[in-house]
Design a protein around this ligand. Structure first.
Ligand SMILES: [Zn+2]
Length: 90
């Protein structure tokens, strides 16, 4: 199994959050951040459109921009799982 570095850089993460007002799944009602017991919690994952793993969702051999902004979006955990568990639908 081929494994590539998939973790975006801190700069890329900041750009992703900096331009976001909500998760990338249309009509998702989940906030980006919620407050729990006085703490602010991040409510989204940095999700990959094309996986960096050859057994992962939407993997494209030779695609070398796995960690770049163009391949990333913010998704709440529920929608992240939905999208990755059904790659043929998304
Ligand atoms: Zn969502």
């Amino acid at each position: 199994m081929a494994v590539r570095e998939t973790e975006p850089t801190e700069r890329t993460k900041r750009l992703l959050f900096g331009s976001a007002t909500h998760g990338g799944f249309s009509s998702c009602p989940e906030p980006l951040i919620y407050q729990y017991d006085g703490l602010l919690k991040i409510n989204v994952d940095v999700a990959h459109i094309r996986s960096g793993r050859d057994d992962g969702p939407r993997y494209v051999e030779g695609y070398d921009r796995v960690r770049e902004l163009e391949n990333l979006l913010l998704l709440c955990r529920k929608h992240h799982r939905l999208v990755d568990d059904h790659p043929d639908d998304f």
